[in-house]
Design a protein around this ligand. Structure first.
Ligand code: DAH
Length: 346
């Protein structure tokens, strides 16, 4: 075939040239443009072209080379575009998981406790963490020289050297909210008061300088110890299951008379005795009692007409018993590995 025909033949191939991958492009480049390619062969033939045709053939050959090069470049752009598009959105790909935070275990348990009492008609009450002596001690029947003031290691904001009733403290219990509520409202009063409390204790696995309590208070006509016991039994069974038993042991608090501490049957062994309950079958969960008439009077409530009960519990303690948390410090360290364990507890 004459050189001109060969040029025309290759030219004719260009329009239908296709490539859908890098490999196909490379194959085309080798076929036409490499050292052993078809165009290189035509350029080799060029030296045999008669002198009078050299000018025209040279031109045609150069045009062909430009045509082939441009065609391959166009195909290369097409392949790159296709790749870019397929990289952009893969709609079959699963979505990135979205991690939501979890509720803190103490919040989970606080909510559970509040819910139980809310169903019994208790409403929420709150008070300040920085309190005066009156609301934390004096109104709650702690006399100025009463040794029970030493029951709790109080943090002082202002400590008066001669008159303890003028002290300002971080509240050491949520019983202060009882006082604030009774000062404001007349019975019937039925409140539940969650909050943070502070005590001057070294931080260990078993004690912390702050923790959380929930205080309960019910004041009305003819409220009896039997009412208290029934409400607490209901509470224990809602929290730990319908088989739960309770027992009340006589105790002492300045603000209640009589006073008691409540145990529930061990949630691990069901009361048979195990290492968790120190083989007694019981674990202590709260303090309670009938509100001392002195407290009612201090808060402006007529103790000859009204009576009431109160109870107080530690949220950390209840949470430990539910989730077997060994070290109190974990509640305030905010280690996500610990917090993540409560994802399903909501
Ligand atoms: N305030 C007590 C404490 O922090 C707990 C308590 C005991 C509260 C008996 C009460 C109660 O309302 O009646 O140890």
């Amino acid at each position: 075939m004459a050189l001109l025909d060969k040029i025309e033949a290759i030219k004719a191939q260009m329009a239908s040239l296709q490539a859908d991958s890098e490999e196909a492009l490379e194959a085309l480049r080798i076929k036409y443009l490499s050292k052993k390619g078809e165009l290189t062969a035509l350029f080799a033939e060029f030296k045999d072209v008669p002198a009078e045709q050299k000018r025209e053939m040279g031109q045609r050959l150069n045009e062909l080379k430009t045509l082939v090069t441009e065609r391959i470049t166009t195909l290369r752009e097409g392949v790159a575009d296709k790749q870019k598009q397929s990289n952009q959105v893969d709609i079959t790909r699963p979505a990135y998981p979205q991690y939501v935070g979890t509720r803190h275990p103490l919040s989970v348990v606080r909510r559970q406790i509040i819910d139980i009492f809310a169903r019994l008609g208790f409403t929420l009450a709150e008070g300040p963490e920085v309190e005066d002596d009156w609301h934390v001690f004096s109104a709650l029947n702690f006399a100025a020289d009463h040794p029970a003031r030493d029951m709790q290691d109080t943090f002082f904001i202002e400590q008066n050297p001669t008159d303890v009733t003028r002290n300002i403290v971080l509240r050491s219990h949520t019983s202060s909210v009882q006082v604030r509520t009774m000062e404001r409202a007349q019975p019937p009063i039925r409140i539940i008061c969650p909050g943070r409390v502070f005590r001057n204790e070294a931080i260990t696995a078993r004690a912390h300088c702050f923790f959380h309590q929930i205080e309960g208070l019910y004041i009305d006509k003819n409220v009896s110890f039997a009412d208290l016991k029934q409400v607490l039994l209901h509470f224990a069974r809602e929290l730990y299951g319908p088989e739960t038993q309770i027992r009340l042991r006589p105790s002492y608090f300045p603000f209640t008379e009589p006073s008691a501490e409540m145990d529930v049957s061990c949630m691990l062994c069901g009361g048979k005795g195990c290492s968790f309950c120190k083989h007694t079958g019981w674990v202590e969960i709260l303090g309670c009692g009938m509100v001392d008439p002195n407290v009612l009077e201090a808060c402006g409530i007529d103790s000859s007409v009204y009576s009431g009960y109160a109870f107080g519990l530690g949220i950390e303690r209840i949470t430990n018993l539910k989730y077997m948390v060994k070290d109190l410090r974990m509640f305030s360290e905010n280690d996500v590995r610990f917090l993540d364990e409560f994802v399903s507890a909501h």
